[in-house]
Write a protein of this length. Sequence first.
Length: 94
Amino acid sequence: MAKKRHLKQDVNFLFDELISDALLIYDVKDDEESKKTLEKIITESSQKHQSIIDRINHPENKEAALKKYYADLANEAIEHFDETYTKISDLKKK
């Protein structure tokens, strides 16, 4: 496993990119429905980011296999990233 610090840096980078792209599209969109959807996406992403960082800092079971635990957290962040970018891409096409 890589260091926790590197995992946190990767998670921070992914979510910073995700939220900044959502904010960029938010500024460009004119319709209120898209803006409300983007606000929801930004809020969910921010909460998910904080949740993952908290779980990296404070593992639930310190006796368990931490390598798998951190790999699962990384995969969870990537899955959220992919799902959210799909939503943003769909909004951009409208």
